[in-house]
Design a protein around this ligand. Structure first.
Ligand SMILES: [Zn+2]
Length: 299
């Protein structure tokens, strides 16, 4: 493996969405999950729309890209942005979209890749899940190479009854058309010390990201970072293997992926970050003498 160089990592946000609590917690009975995340009067819970900014010498890497701002988005996600969008958050950290060299996507659900493309205003594109032609949408990160698992792209471009309300071709096809998409077949090294690992279950081609020798700025921590994406949506779902969302297309595969990577996280002491937890930003996973895993929050 290539020698890692020191990475500076910042948690970014595209705001949060309000999701159905039952959808997020799947088979877990409401009285159990509502003690951890109190739902509103519509049974909704906030889910942070998290991205990572990874700065390495000569590289600016973004991991996951929120919901975007395409017309009609609000019929699919209730997005709330009190501090602005992902692009605003990048700007707050001194990064313009043109400076981003690499974009890693954990998967292609609409709340993880919405900011890959934007309407050009030239064509007839009317919004999410409506027909579009080349020229209607352009890449948001024009100088970036985008990395996603081949299997995920295949699933996204031929959605079924269960997935067609979350896989939107307009988020990814213009990137492929621009020649800016790299399809991965399993684990891959993206930059020195930055690699993806294959963690299927939530979606068919889901991947997670490991960053070695990293400094996380807030909460402040140093070590190996493990960005789960939606291997677990919130931290408690990484600790409790059977806690899987109702949206996972292969729930038993999710549980197997979590079993493998939870053991790895305990063994290595890696700092774990989820894609959506609004409360626990980062944690180390430990196992007690009785064998039960728990998350020790990094503050
Ligand atoms: Zn997802």
């Amino acid at each position: 493996m290539t020698q890692s160089s020191h990475a500076r990592v910042t948690l970014l946000s595209d705001g949060h969405c309000l999701s159905d609590g039952g959808g997020q917690y799947g088979l877990v009975p409401r009285p159990r999950w509502m003690r951890l995340q109190a739902p509103d009067e519509h049974n909704r819970i906030p889910q942070d729309l998290r991205s990572l900014l990874i700065r390495l010498p000569g590289r600016v890497i973004v991991v996951d890209a929120g919901c975007g701002d395409k017309p009609g988005l609000d019929s699919y996600y209730t997005v709330v942005r009190p501090r602005g969008s992902l692009l605003d958050d990048l700007a707050r950290h001194g990064i313009a979209a043109e400076q981003v060299t690499d974009v890693i996507l954990t998967h292609l659900h609409g709340d993880h890749c919405g900011w890959l493309t934007r309407p050009t205003g030239q064509g007839g594109y009317r919004g999410i899940n409506t027909p579009f032609t080349s020229g209607d949408l352009a890449p948001v990160f024009p100088n970036a190479r985008h990395y996603v698992q081949r299997r995920e792209v295949e699933a996204a471009l031929s959605p079924n009854e269960r997935t067609r309300n979350t896989y939107f071709a307009e988020n990814i096809q213009p990137i492929a058309a621009a020649g800016a998409l790299t399809l991965l077949d399993g684990p891959a090294e993206i930059a020195p010390g930055v690699r993806t690992v294959f963690t299927p279950g939530h979606s068919e081609g889901h991947q997670s990201v490991i960053i070695e020798d990293a400094t996380l700025d807030a909460p402040s921590a140093r070590g190996t970072l493990f960005y789960l994406g939606e291997l677990a949506t919130v931290m408690i779902q990484f600790v409790r293997l059977p806690w899987v969302t109702a949206y996972d297309v292969l729930p038993m595969t999710t549980i197997d992926s979590k079993r493998t990577w939870q053991a790895w996280a305990i063994e290595t002491g890696a700092i774990v970050i989820t894609g959506h937890d609004p409360d626990v930003l980062a944690a180390r996973i430990v196992r007690d003498k009785a064998g039960f895993a728990s998350a020790v929050e990094v503050r």
